[in-house]
Design a protein around this ligand. Structure first.
Ligand SMILES: NC(=O)C1=CN([C@@H]2O[C@H](COP(=O)(O)OP(=O)(O)OC[C@H]3O[C@@H](n4cnc5c(N)ncnc54)[C@H](O)[C@@H]3O)[C@@H](O)[C@H]2O)[C@@H](O)CC1
Ligand SMILES: Nc1ncnc2c1ncn2[C@@H]1O[C@H](COP(=O)(O)OP(=O)(O)O)[C@@H](O)[C@H]1O
Ligand SMILES: [K+]
Length: 474
């Protein structure tokens, strides 16, 4: 089945996958030179619009990233934009040598730092395999400091493509990064992604790779069906615990994004009395087994404010044996282990600390990239995992991966995780699909934060979730 182009363009490739994709295009009859022409022209057009007639300096390295630089420079020259190339090293690949020959403009060797308006970094791209040597590091930093804007082509030089790790200290901040052909892991991975500025992608015709991670795109939400009623839209049970305020935050969010009925379930009736009621939230107190036995429950959420004592553990054991799609968050993740088998489709939403606890419990090594760690946990626990942070990742047990773009750093405040759990659980109550619910929840969370602007509380974030959903209705 052919996929819409925006789905194909949302894939995030490793260097090996990108090379395989390029080899496939070459095997299909395109030359590397032709691909470089498409990539360089595409990037050149972004640079031309950004420069708007101002002077551009293009730093070219020895490989094909440098080759792209010569194509960009030629494109700018053809459009009458002043451009200078700084050749840090002589071109060393056939395609780069060809691109160098075709450029008839100004080329300097980099011994003097040229100043100007827009600096375009084409020193290294996905071929970077070790730290930049001192002279090249000084050149990138010097040129970036001597220009008003810095644009990285494919990747900022000094960043490792597959891990997002900076291979040098003190690399310059980019205003724009133009990815070529496909997104690479580094574009969406901390710390590299925080240094890339605005991200753009040039399409060179790469096809869909099997099992490649995808970038989280805006979901499309449906209004309730004409004959909808509250139970058919999904009954969500949120189990409260030692700190009931956390589950109120989850419920505030959940009420706004799809579930037709959200119930707060209080296994401790004394605590139920301490909670300030929300008029739209139904609250029920009773024994945990009775509370979760309602056959109409479409999803359950357990963890926010749960506590970590024996009672909390018993609540967790009861919830996971119930067989209803479930979100486990916060304290529930500190209690979970292989001795508590998950009977129903389950979503785990750990932050880094909870992830470390789960790795200990499931005897997983806590090394490798966050992507590899999340995949290992999802497989071992047979659950969908949302590994939270500035670069959140969603992975399901079969290994499908969706990477969220960086969200507002104002989300780094207490209680926003409870809101996320409520959003995901509400979507799960609507349709029961774990990967989809996790992605929708993460998207709604990021969008609600964007709508809130700076300095919001977690309660304000939860309240904004309805507006986030409204903006993405089909
Ligand atoms: N292959 C293709 O079909 C296309 C490739 N494109 C461009 O090609 C780039 C990848 O090109 P390359 O594989 O030539 O790699 P780069 O241009 O990123 O690097 C060139 C070579 O430099 C050497 N090197 C690595 N780290 C170094 C260091 N720290 N100091 C000194 N030398 C170092 C390596 O031998 C590496 O292969 C992409 O990022 C993209 O910009 C695009 O033109 C699109 C088409
Ligand atoms: N710097 C950041 N940038 C973007 N999102 C962040 C950042 N820090 C935290 N978040 C998001 O905020 C939420 C915090 O969740 P969590 O740590 O569980 O908080 P709490 O338990 O206090 O509710 C997660 O969704 C996480 O992805
Ligand atoms: K580059």
């Amino acid at each position: 089945m052919t996929q819409p182009r925006d789905v194909t363009l949302s894939q995030i490739l490793t260097v090996a996958q990108m090379r395989a994709a390029e080899d496939e295009l070459v095997a299909g009859g395109l030359s590397v030179e032709a691909l470089m022409e498409v990539a360089g022209r595409g990037a050149g057009e972004y640079v031309r619009r950004l420069a708007a007639g101002r002077s551009v300096t293009v730093l070219c390295g020895p490989g094909n990233n440098g080759g792209d630089g010569y194509v960009i420079a030629r494109h700018l020259m053809e459009h009458g934009n002043p451009v200078t190339v700084v050749a840090a090293r002589e071109p060393a690949t056939a395609a780069a040598i060809n691109a160098r020959h075709l450029f008839e403009g100004n080329v300097t060797d980099g011994h003097v730092i040229v100043s100007g308006d827009v600096f375009v970094d084409c020193l290294f791209g996905s071929g970077l395999s070790r730290a930049l040597p001192e002279d090249l590091l000084a050149l990138v930093k010097g040129l970036s400091a001597a220009h008003h804007l810095t644009v990285a082509v494919d990747l900022p030089s000094g960043i490792e493509s597959d891990s997002g790790a900076p291979l040098n200290h003190d690399l310059p901040q980019n205003d724009v990064t133009i990815a070529l052909g496909a997104w690479k892991q580094a574009h969406w991975t901390m710390p590299a992604c925080a240094n890339m500025g605005v991200l753009r992608l040039v399409d060179i015709g790469v096809t869909l790779r099997q099992n490649a991670p995808r970038l989280l795109l805006r979901p499309r939400f449906q209004a309730p069906a004409p004959d909808a009623h509250k139970y058919r839209r999904g009954l969500l049970g949120i189990v409260s615990g030692a700190m009931p305020g956390a589950s109120i935050l989850s419920a505030t969010a959940a009420l706004r994004v799809g579930a037709g009925y959200v119930k707060l379930l209080h296994p401790d009736s004394r605590l139920a009395a301490c909670v300030a009621p929300l008029p739209e939230l139904v609250t029920t107190a009773g024994a945990i087994d009775d509370l979760v036995s309602d056959p109409r429950l479409a999803a359950l959420l357990l963890g926010p404010g749960l506590g970590r004592d024996d009672t909390a553990r018993r609540h967790l054991e009861t919830v996971v044996t119930r067989g209803v799609p479930t979100v486990l968050d916060a304290d529930a993740l500190m209690l979970l282990g292989p001795d508590i088998p998950l009977k129903a489709p389950t979503i785990l939403t750990p932050h880094e600390g909870e992830m470390a606890a789960l790795e200990r419990a499931f005897l997983l090594p806590a090394n490798g990239t966050r992507l590899h760690r999340a995949k290992a946990l999802a497989k071992q626990a047979r659950a969908t995992v949302v590994l939270k942070g500035p670069d959140s990742i969603v992975v399901d047990a079969s290994g499908r991966v969706v990477v969220a773009p960086r969200a507002s750093s104002w989300l780094s405040s207490a209680g926003t995780g409870d809101v996320l759990a409520g959003l995901i659980a509400s979507r799960l109550a609507v349709h029961g699909e774990t990967l989809r619910a996790a992605c929708e929840g993460v998207w709604l969370h990021g969008e609600a934060a964007r709508l809130c602007g700076p300095a919001f509380t977690s309660n304000e974030l939860a309240q904004a979730a309805g507006r986030a959903l409204a903006g993405a209705l089909a």
